[in-house]
Design a protein around this ligand. Structure first.
Ligand code: SF4
Ligand code: SF4
Length: 393
């Protein structure tokens, strides 16, 4: 196993972390997997309040005692508070205490605000007394590090980074999403602020393994080094020195062993010119398959009407690899789970953005396509419920 130092506190964290959300429900198998991972150097395990059974399962497995002590003693636990379940100050304690109980532990090493989508959510937390609560938890040693996990556009991520003196953050990052969501710009910005960055979805929920155009796998097959698509994808992430720990949801022994093997070998800044050339070809193929060849550069922003143009195009392109249903769900989350909505239909076709797009994308026309594909009859009622759920209305 390789380790990278958390620049904030000196923790030596394994480059491969266990994303426990996908742990099998079979407790014996889950225990074998976790035991093997920890024995082979994994020391960071991620779960969340929203994965209720999962926190409890993890708690049972990690608290089992043998002559060496418990597995809990060997790992850092990361779990998350869901902001949408917090309505009053007492909820911080209520949710956190349930998590400690489920996890059978007296502290959380890396505590995240789950899916923080908007600075307004953070402001609401503060108005409920979160900072005072956090101070008490830090003093009592129950919370060691505070961070947030993020899905959303680049601009809001940068605002969130500056909204608090965080200890760490977690973003979605993989070769397909280099310029989507927080993207590379977000990774570099977080790292420049001295934060360790945990990575989720390095294989985009498996889509990079078997959901890409056939031509992508042909490029990998004919590459100068023989590596599986999984290995190329994981190495691409680890090649970034700003990345601290990459979470993988390993639910079989074969998958775990394969990831451990790759993790024990992958180094930062290890890619050669030929490796970069390979990914340049892959990127071209992906862009060719996209409905909008947007690179996520953000030069078209800000839109005076609040349309998050790159995020709208990310969702449009998601249709090709994720299918329409998942693309719709993500579009809803990106555009409606914020205080101010940012969907394509807000566009008034002023054309200001198009003058700045280096890709020459007919932005207005493509936004109409986004609206047609992703803002059907369900969008408005679903947006209403998302806003209510997120406590924006
Ligand atoms: S054309 Fe539409 S998306 Fe572009 S700046 Fe104007 S309102 Fe915004
Ligand atoms: S300027 Fe063009 S390529 Fe860049 S984010 Fe906007 S639409 Fe995408």
């Amino acid at each position: 196993m390789k380790y990278r130092v958390n620049p904030k506190n000196g923790d030596n964290l394994s480059t491969l972390g266990y994303g426990a959300m996908r742990l099998p429900k079979d407790e014996k198998l889950a225990g074998e997997l976790l035991g093997y991972a920890i024995e082979n150097g994994v020391n960071y395990i991620d779960t969340a309040y929203m994965y209720a059974g999962n926190e409890a399962l993890l708690g049972r497995i990690l608290s089992e005692k043998d002559s060496q002590g418990t597995l809990r003693d060997c790992v850092k636990i990361a779990t998350k508070m869901p902001p949408y379940l917090v309505g009053k100050r007492e909820d911080f304690d209520k949710l956190f205490n349930i998590e400690l109980e489920r996890l059978r532990t007296d502290h959380v090493d890396y505590y995240l605000i789950h899916m923080l989508t908007d600075v307004a959510v953070w402001e609401r937390f503060k108005s409920l007394g979160f900072l005072e609560w956090l101070h008490q938890k830090r003093e009592s040693g129950q919370i060691i590090n505070l961070g947030f996990s993020y899905h959303g556009g680049k601009d809001e991520f940068l605002k969130l980074l500056d909204a608090h003196d965080w200890d760490f953050c977690m973003i979605q990052y993989n070769y397909y999403d280099e310029n989507n969501q927080a993207g590379k710009a977000g990774l570099l910005a977080a790292s420049a602020r001295g934060l360790p960055v945990m990575i989720m979805e390095p294989l985009r929920g498996g889509k990079l393994v078997n959901g890409m155009p056939k031509s992508v796998y042909e490029i990998f097959d004919g590459a100068h080094v023989k590596r599986s698509p999984v290995e190329w994808a994981l190495r691409w992430v680890w090649n970034h020195p700003q990345v601290t720990t990459v979470l993988s949801g390993m639910n079989s022994m074969a998958m775990l062993k394969e990831n451990l093997r790759i993790a024990s070998d992958a180094e930062p800044e290890d890619f050669t010119e030929r490796d970069f050339e390979l990914f340049a070809k892959i990127r071209q193929l992906i862009e060719d398959a996209m409905l909008a060849p947007c690179t996520g550069c953000g030069y078209c922003m800000p839109c005076p009407k609040g349309v998050d143009i790159p995020t709208c195009f990310t969702s449009l392109n998601d249709i090709a690899i994720e299918g329409k249903r998942r693309a719709f769900t993500k579009y809803l989350m990106y555009t409606a789970a914020t205080k101010e909505s940012s969907e394509a239909s807000r566009c008034v076709k002023c054309g200001k953005c198009e003058k700045h797009c280096p890709q020459g994308i007919p932005i207005r026309e493509k936004l109409e396509l986004v609206q047609k594909e992703l803002e059907g009859v369900l969008y408005k009622p679903a947006r209403f419920f998302v806003k209510k759920f997120m406590r924006f209305s």
